[in-house]
Design a protein around this ligand. Structure first.
Ligand code: ATP
Ligand code: MG
Length: 365
């Protein structure tokens, strides 16, 4: 096991800066997930930790030792790729044992390591098959098996589940979580999928354009995002944003007509703000700190819950999770209330305007 420390890391491809002055401490044995839009630098960062990409400037330490120029093998890391990268002409058994054979390990010892890995991954019956005879999920297990036998201190996963169908993704996600619990190695995992990030991570690193926007536990990023980008990235369906102003009287007036009093804020009066409220945080009119009238455009019924896609008086779209018994139809008018404690405020610069808060990170009412 090992900690991973990135200090002032930069990566340039010619004049293009893919990673800029990035600092990150990853604790020994933790599960860290990098998320962010396509092209933000997630794979680049992972590949620099793996030793597959040169670090332009800055320092990488693994377990307290500088590793910038170490060979991938010396770093004690193993990477699992999105496309699995299995050898097509080798059986499952040979694929998993390959790196051990290359390292000159004895036959008996290799057999023992491979057997332990296939047991962990429950792929014993597939030992003699070749990759072309496996399903996507089985191939993914083999790819993870190749990493496990190397007994790395740090596992690096680059979107390992993105080629799988929705159901398999969920079950493999659980398998990876179990694997982490069982072997306790440090894991760094890249994904676009914020559900994967929320469910797997001890810490999520939200990236945009080569920089870190926020680092935090899933709960912190969900309840207490630093800025509009993180607020909009974490959560599904995504947070609603409504335009308004914060007046000298401490009231927020939204363009759609809603008025409410947020907790005490540290901000100049009479400024433009955005209100952020998650679809699941709307409540009935009664216990609301504010309320938005909206016209229903579409109702998505998911069985256990429903999402109303509507439009506020201001013309802005609003998504509301509706747990009421009342049937809603397109064209209906619905009043969606929200407690002030769930209303996040953002300034014109996209940064959060924090309200006085309780110890649990949720703003006080
Ligand atoms: N070898 C390269 N030469 C030039 N630019 C590159 C190279 N590799 C990556 N880039 C650029 O660096 C940026 C970061 O790429 P990276 O692959 O890390 O993104 P990513 O966050 O993993 O995206 P995705 O989610 O699409 O996999 C992108 O703009 C990409 O075009
Ligand atoms: Mg990538």
């Amino acid at each position: 096991m090992a900690s991973v420390e990135l200090q002032q890391i930069n990566k340039s491809y010619g004049s293009f800066q893919a990673i800029a002055n990035l600092n990150l401490s990853i604790e020994d044995g933790s599960f860290t997930v990098f998320v962010g839009p396509s092209g933000c630098g997630k794979s680049t960062l992972l590949r620099m930790i793996a030793g597959l990409e040169k670090i332009t400037a800055g320092e990488l330490q693994i377990d307290g030792r500088r590793m910038n120029d170490a060979d991938p093998i010396e770093r004690g890391v193993a990477m699992v790729f999105q496309n699995y990268a299995l050898y097509p002409h080798m059986t499952v058994e040979q694929n998993i044992g390959f790196s051990l054979r290359m390292a000159g390990m004895g036959k008996v010892e290799i057999e023992r390591s491979v057997a332990a890995a296939v047991t962990t991954l429950q792929i014993e019956p597939l030992m003699k098959r070749k990759p072309a005879q496996l399903s996507g999920g089985q191939r993914q297990r083999v790819a993870i098996g190749r990493a496990i036998v190397r007994n790395p201190a740090v596992f690096l996963f680059d979107e390992p589940l993105s080629n799988l169908d929705a159901e398999l993704r969920v079950s493999m996600r659980v398998e990876i979580a179990k694997l982490h619990r069982r072997i306790g190695a440090t894991m760094i995992y890249v994904t676009h999928d914020q559900t994967e990030a929320m469910t797997l991570a001890d810490k999520i690193v939200v990236m945009r354009a080569g920089k870190i926007e926020q680092i935090g536990t899933p709960d912190t990023l969900y309840a207490d995002p630093d800025n509009l980008f993180v607020a909009g990235f974490i959560g599904s369906p995504r947070m609603n944003f409504l335009d308004g102003t914060l007046g000298a009287d401490g009231l927020v007036r939204l363009e759609c007509g809603a008025v409410f009093r947020p907790g005490p804020v540290h901000a100049a009066a009479d400024i433009t703000v955005k209100l952020g409220i998650r679809p699941e945080h709307f409540v009935g009119r009664d216990d609301a700190g504010g309320a938005i009238d909206l016209k229903v455009d579409v109702v998505e019924n998911l069985g256990g819950t429903r999402f109303i896609y509507g439009t506020a008086n201001s013309g802005q779209p609003v998504i509301v999770e509706d747990r009421s018994e009342t049937a809603r139809r397109p064209g209906d008018t619905v009043t969606a209330g929200f407690p002030a404690s769930r209303a996040l405020l953002f300034g014109a610069d996209g940064q959060r305007i924090r309200q006085a808060r309780r110890a649990n990170g949720i703003p006080a009412e």
